[in-house]
Design a protein around this ligand. Structure first.
Ligand code: AMP
Length: 480
């Protein structure tokens, strides 16, 4: 039997991505490659880099992991002092080479390549309009709409065309564009997805880096400067850096799920260190949902910082009761004779030496469908653990994301239709508790204003132009 581990848990309709842009460095493509390498957690299905040698754009893209797609020779071919890169996780159905980014187009003002993290909510409408006007689409990704809008714009300068195009799209976008002689970064007015700006020195000159997370800046030795502001557009060219704020202000809607699960713990996200945020979620959870127990264990890797925080607050020993195999690929071959807990054991193994006879608190960041979680609880019990108490360091995931995090349909989200007690019974835990919404924001020491928490509350800051199948939206404050 062949299992598809990557597609087993998630097969929603939106993609997750990492982006990078490097301007003014002789090894731009190499730095973009390293940045993508450090952003691998944001997307594992495909990756690509486009560089500019001043005259032409050069691109290499492929399916799979960054390290498998590029080698030294390929990177050397991507010559030039500027480059943009993208990696992507998408659903099985839309995983095709033609959908990988950067996407490229030629138009009257030259060439433009684009890398996008986020999801446009009016892409369908725009596509219908553009196709009626004669545009021919090459891919099925929403990002391509932006290229067609740029080509159709009557504005004189590339940056004005981009502003024109972006004034027509709604939704989440952290973008980098590359042309022969300039690079442009843009973040949507709500600031859903992250985008940071850094500087990198080379031979006495300063180059620029924009990327999804600060962990990418760390790897390539770039100095973090600031976030690209929500609604800001930055042009990098021979004159340096020029900032534009062309759009009306919108209420800030930074993605809280970046802090809960998505970002790397060593990144600074929206001004706060992710590791510390997750530890505080764990501490808060211990205060809100204590239980008599002998040991606290995380579901690695996502649950580790929260479990540390929980254990510290509860004054209980922290142990790695589940060990993760870091080399699990996309597929594996199961023997004919069935093995107990095989599917989950390939990735995680429960240590009987640590857990047998104990009352165990297991900490993870979220329950999506509940299927993995149920297997983990059963596997822990099979070690001889006396009790298994599940603690989740975020509120119940009740609603799908339409702004760039891959979640299944509402129907498939167990917490959208089941109570905490019902979920506890389903996953066969002795008890289950989630962090409260207030507790989550208390952990971040903010009041929750300025964040998008639609996945936990069902309150969407921006309405959808067209609804993905199976979704039932409850909307508030359609601003647009
Ligand atoms: P399940 O128990 O099957 O609902 O799976 C829950 C696990 O999925 C948790 O360990 C989460 O860390 C993980 N998870 C949550 N959101 C996502 C996501 N968007 N992509 C991949 N994994 C996720």
């Amino acid at each position: 039997m062949v299992h598809d581990t990557a597609g087993a848990v998630f097969d929603g309709f939106h993609e997750e991505c990492g982006v990078v842009g490097v301007y003014g460095h002789p090894e731009a493509a190499n730095l973009a490659y390293l940045a993508l390498y450090s952003l691998q957690h944001r997307g594992q299905e495909s990756a690509g880099i486009t560089s500019s040698n001043g005259q032409t754009l050069l691109t290499h893209k492929g399916m799979g992991l960054v390290a498998d797609i590029f080698d030294e020779k390929l990177i050397r071919r991507l010559k030039g002092p500027s480059a943009i890169g993208h990696n992507r996780y998408s659903t099985a159905g839309s995983t095709m080479l033609k959908n990988t980014q950067p996407l490229l187009a030629k138009y009257t003002l030259g060439s433009v390549a684009i890398a996008h993290n986020g999801n446009l909510v009016n892409a369908e409408e725009l596509r219908v309009r553009l196709e009626a006007g004669g545009s021919i689409f090459q891919s099925t990704v929403d990002t391509e709409v932006i290229l067609h809008l740029i080509a159709a714009s009557q504005a004189g300068q590339p940056v004005d065309r981009i502003i024109d195009a972006l004034s027509q799209v709604r939704g989440a976008y952290s973008l980098v564009f590359l042309s022969e002689d300039h690079m442009i970064a843009a973040r949507d007015p709500y600031g859903f997805r992250p985008l940071v700006l850094g500087r990198i020195k080379h031979a006495g000159k300063t180059g620029y880096v924009v990327t999804s997370e600060t962990c990418a800046l760390d790897l390539i030795g770039a100095q973090y400067e600031r976030e690209v502001q929500a609604g800001e557009i930055i042009l990098f060219d021979a004159h340096g850096m020029t900032c534009y704020n062309p759009f009306p202000r919108a209420p800030s809607a930074r993605c809280i799920f970046e802090h809960v699960y998505f970002a790397r713990p060593d990144s600074t996200m929206f001004g706060q260190n992710v590791y510390h945020a997750r530890k505080s979620f764990g501490r808060q959870l211990a205060r809100e949902a204590p239980v008599e127990a002998d040991v606290v264990i995380p579901v690695p890797d996502s649950g580790v910082p929260a479990a540390l925080g929980y254990a510290e607050e509860a004054r209980l020993p922290f142990e790695m009761g589940l060990i993760r195999n870091h080399y699990v690929g996309r597929t594996f071959i199961e023997p004919q004779s069935s093995i107990r807990h095989f599917g989950v054991k390939v990735k995680l193994n429960a240590q009987a030496d640590i857990l047998c006879g104990k009352r165990v608190i297991v900490v993870d960041d979220s329950i999506v469908r509940g299927t993995t979680c149920r297997k983990i609880v059963k596997m822990i019990r099979a070690t001889g653990a006396r009790e298994v108490h599940l603690r989740i360091s975020a509120p119940p995931t009740i609603a799908p994301c339409f702004y760039g995090v891959d979640t299944p349909t509402r129907r498939e989200l167990i917490a959208s239709s089941h109570s905490v007690e019902e979920i506890s019974r389903y996953v066969t835990a002795d008890s289950l508790a989630y962090l409260s919404e207030e507790g989550m924001y208390a952990g971040l020491q903010v009041n929750g204003n300025g964040f998008c928490d639609a996945c936990f509350t069902g309150r969407y800051p921006l309405a959808l132009g067209s609804r993905p199948k199976g979704s039932q939206l409850s909307l508030f404050g359609e601003q647009g």
